[in-house]
Design a protein around this ligand. Structure first.
Ligand code: H79
Length: 487
């Protein structure tokens, strides 16, 4: 029951918010209740947040909230934490698997893993430089690990010492990133793991970790802790674009908890977007939801791209590594080529999705050189061809008649601009566009701009191209047509 005492801080916050207007990145707020909750219990003051129900949002309201995300198409994932120190090697041995899972893969007890906190000192960390790398690559948002499965927090949380505050570096890593994002117009988003290998009350615990609760773990206490931390994340860093949950698959996490956590995040920031891993709907690595009613705003394929899109009103984002790990591993040299990464972005855009491409910084705080090279290459392409990606929607063709992809955008006045991505330069310099009924009005090559000659007939239009491809990875022909595309 909300009591007068419980409501006071909310009333106070509302007054402050009214007085300040749009707060930007606020100075680190005191816990609104003015209560320090190190000792968490069922009575912890997160209860003061009266969680609202967001299940009745209309598709139009949702489309408005999702607009920036849907237009963005391209974002940066950052996996950073203590695991960047061993970087895939433990006690002289290479540990198989993704780097941020080293604690689990090498069965390192918490008492040993936690020693890493004493040496984590990323003195080369330059948040502004990181955000510029993302921006120059053409990315519109950054999703950084506020907490991964090991439970360690990159921010200085009031509710645990298992965080950056307990390292030699001490300083909150998320605050400068929030400031740089705001400066450069990039949306800041947080990845926050539900699964927690450190917290003694988290439900599923492996015995070898040496920190399994002696009594029954109490998920209510753990949820209180997680919500108190999310309150910090959704209060102290300005607008948060997305809360990106993960690790929801274990049996201790339930559908009811997912629904509650979704509503809780939106109660704190109503316009924030929450991925589908908040709830139990995700269908494995495919990432889209199974049939049924689940919380979460969009699907999250991991390391894969769906074969087709899903139609209007279904939002999704494929997350992917540039090599084979999310968290930095010094010996992982299995880098995808810039060509593959760019064509992945185009493929995803042609299916109406987003591409969340990962960087795993080193323990010193630097992006690997191979990551920087790929970001720069993608940025050069986006500089010229970005309009064929941002704000576009999925291809109107079931299958295109050339080696490539297609995206589309409405033109002012009722027409449509089709963007035809060519992965291979057509023989005889002729691009044949089959199955399209609408008469093309105008065609150009992005970055060239001189109009191209169009011939052919309904269902088989022919665009005359110059002898050579302007871009080796993907050249883009724009084809303006009357009305909406008809096949
Ligand atoms: O943060 C990165 C990884 O550390 C994390 N997700 C990305 C973004 C990740 N955690 N686990 N995995 C990746 C792989 C785990 C897969 C499985 Fe399952 C968990 C297989 C079985 C349980 C989830 C549920 C996927 C399939 C079923």
């Amino acid at each position: 029951m909300p009591t007068f005492r419980n409501l006071l801080p909310i009333a106070f916050l509302c007054l402050v918010a009214l007085a300040l207007g749009s707060p930007g990145v606020p100075a680190r707020a005191e816990n609104p209740a003015g209560v320090v909750i190190k000792e968490l219990s069922h009575e912890a003051p997160v209860e003061k947040v009266v969680t609202k129900d967001f299940s009745h949002e209309t598709p139009i309201e949702k489309a408005e909230r999702m607009k920036w995300f849907n237009d963005a198409r391209f974002g940066m994932f950052i996996h950073w934490g203590l695991y960047a120190e061993p970087a895939g090697v433990w006690e002289g041995k290479d540990v198989e698997g993704i780097g941020e899972w080293i604690q689990d893969k090498a069965k390192i007890p918490v008492s040993e893993y936690s020693e890493l906190q004493k040496s984590f000192n990323p003195v080369k960390y330059d948040a502004d430089a990181w955000v510029k790398f993302a921006k120059q690559a053409g990315m519109k948002y950054i999703v950084i690990t506020s907490k991964h499965h090991d439970g360690f927090c990159l921010f200085d949380s009031k509710h645990t010492d298992w965080d950056i505050g307990g390292t030699p570096y001490k300083k909150d890593l998320l605050r400068p990133l929030a400031e740089a994002c705001q400066k450069h117009g990039i949306k800041l988003c947080f990845y926050h793991s539900i699964m927690d290998w450190y917290h003694p009350q988290y439900g599923n615990k492996e015995e070898w970790r040496g920190n399994h609760a002696t009594e029954q773990p109490d998920m209510e206490i753990y949820r209180t802790y997680m919500k108190a931390q999310l309150e910090e994340l959704l209060t102290n860093y300005g607008d948060v674009g997305i809360v990106w949950f993960d690790g929801e698959w274990e049996s201790s996490w339930t559908h009811e908890m997912g629904v509650d956590l979704y509503n809780y995040c939106r109660t704190l920031q109503s316009s924030t977007i929450v991925n589908n891993r908040v709830d139990k709907g995700r269908d494995g690595m495919v990432g889209m939801n199974k049939d049924g009613e689940f919380s979460g705003d969009y699907g999250t394929p991991e390391q894969e791209i769906p074969h087709t899109g899903f139609g209007k009103g279904v939002y999704w984002e494929s997350c992917m590594t540039m090599n084979e790990t999310w968290g930095f591993k010094k010996k992982d040299d299995q880098w995808k080529s810039s060509e593959t990464l760019l064509r992945n972005l185009i493929d995803i855009a042609s299916k109406g999705g987003n591409f969340l491409l990962n960087v795993g910084p080193t323990a010193e705080g630097e992006f690997p050189t191979a990551s920087i090279e790929r970001l720069q290459m993608m940025g050069e392409w986006m500089e010229v061809h970005g309009e064929s990606i941002y704000g576009t929607s999925a291809s109107p063709f079931e299958k295109v008649s050339w080696n490539g992809r297609c995206t589309q955008k409405p033109l002012p006045g009722g027409g449509t601009r089709l963007y035809l991505h060519l992965f291979e330069w057509p023989e005889k310099g002729q691009l044949v566009v089959q199955r399209l009924k609408n008469r093309p009005l105008r065609a150009t090559l992005l970055g060239v701009e001189e109009p191209l000659t169009i011939a052919g007939k309904e269902g088989e239009w022919v665009v005359e191209l110059p002898a050579e491809a302007p871009n080796a990875i993907a050249s883009v022909v724009t084809l303006d047509i009357e009305g909406k595309p008809e096949m």
